[in-house]
Design a protein around this ligand. Structure first.
Ligand code: BTN
Length: 249
C-alpha cells in the first residue's frame, strides 16, 4: 500500500502522524499500528485496543477548508467510518453519537480523535490528523472487565472476522472521498447523511459541561455548524461545542 507507515507497535498513531504531518507528510499519508500501548481518546481519555484485534490508524488530511471548519471534520470522518462499517457488515444498526462515536445497539464500536495543526499555521501547512479506533475482531472477553458491558465489535455483531488491511483501505478511501464532498459541496451535504444515523436524536440525554455541570434534555442533532443542540426541561436551547454527552439512563 502507498503512503502508509505500518508499524507493529506504537504508543499512539495520532502522536506519530502528528509529527509526520509537522514534517510535511502529504494528504492521505497514514500510520497503521498492530498494537497501540497508549491510545488517546477524546477529553483526555484512554483508548483501549485488545491485542491484534482492533484497527488503530491515523490519517493525515490537508483540507482545502478554512481553519474554522476543521472541527466539523470529526463529523465528516464519523460518517465515512459508519458507511464503511454498514457496507462491510450489511447491517443498518450502526449509528453515530455526537461528535465522534460509532455505536451499535447501544454499545460503542469505534471512536474518532481529530487533532489539528495550530491555528497560526499558514494555510499551505495546516493539517488535521484523523485518528480512528475500531473494534474489529475482538470478543467481549478481550476487553478489560469494566468495558465489557458498554463495548462491541464487528465480530460480536456479525460472528465474522475481517481483514484489517481491507478495512483500512476502504476507510481511507471513504474518508478522502467524504472530505472531498465536504470541500466541494459543503458541510450541509455531510450533515444530511449524518443526521440519518444520529443515535441521540429525540432522545433524553445528559450533557456534562467542561465546568462539570450536568444538563439534561432532548437531543435535537447537530446544527449547521456541527454543534449539538439540546433542549432542556425548561425549553431552553443549548448549543454544545464540546463536552461529554450520553443517553440518560
Ligand atoms: C474516542 O472515542 O474518544 C476517540 C478514540 C480514538 C482512538 C484512536 S486509535 C488510533 C488513534 N490513535 C490514538 O491515540 N487515538 C486514535
Amino acid at each position: 500500500m502507498d503512503n502508509i507507515l505500518h508499524i507493529p507497535s506504537t504508543v499512539s498513531t495520532n502522536e506519530d502522524a502528528y509529527k509526520l504531518a509537522v514534517d510535511g507528510a502529504e494528504h492521505g499519508f497514514s500510520v497503521l499500528a498492530d498494537i497501540q500501548t497508549g491510545g488517546k481518546g477524546r477529553l483526555g481519555r484512554q483508548w483501549v485496543t485488545p491485542l491484534h484485534s482492533g484497527l488503530c490508524t491515523s490519517i493525515i488530511l490537508r483540507p482545502k477548508l478554512p481553519f474554522v471548519e476543521f472541527p466539523r471534520i470529526t463529523l465528516t470522518a464519523g460518517l465515512a467510518l459508519c458507511k464503511v462499517v454498514e457496507e462491510l457488515t450489511g447491517l443498518e444498526s450502526f449509528g453515530l453519537k455526537w461528535p465522534n462515536d460509532l455505536y451499535c445497539e447501544g454499545r460503542k464500536c469505534g471512536g474518532i480523535l481529530v487533532e489539528s495543526s495550530s491555528p497560526v499555521t499558514s494555510d499551505d501547512e495546516s493539517f488535521v490528523v484523523v485518528g480512528i479506533g475500531l473494534n474489529v475482531n475482538s470478543r467481549l472477553d478481550d476487553f478489560p472487565s469494566e468495558l465489557r458491558e458498554t463495548v462491541t465489535s464487528l465480530l460480536v455483531q456479525t460472528e465474522n472476522s475481517y481483514s484489517m488491511k481491507d478495512i483500512f483501505t476502504q476507510l481511507r478511501n471513504s474518508l478522502l472521498s467524504h472530505l472531498k464532498i465536504h470541500e466541494e459541496q459543503g458541510f450541509g451535504v455531510i450533515l444530511e447523511e449524518w443526521r440519518k444515523r444520529d443515535v441521540l436524536y429525540g432522545k433524553e440525554m445528559q450533557w456534562l459541561t467542561i465546568e462539570k455541570k450536568v444538563i439534561t434534555g432532548t437531543g435535537l442533532g447537530p446544527d449547521d455548524t456541527g454543534q449539538l443542540l439540546v433542549k432542556d426541561g425548561q425549553g431552553k436551547l443549548h448549543s454544545i461545542l464540546s463536552g461529554d454527552v450520553s443517553l440518560k439512563n
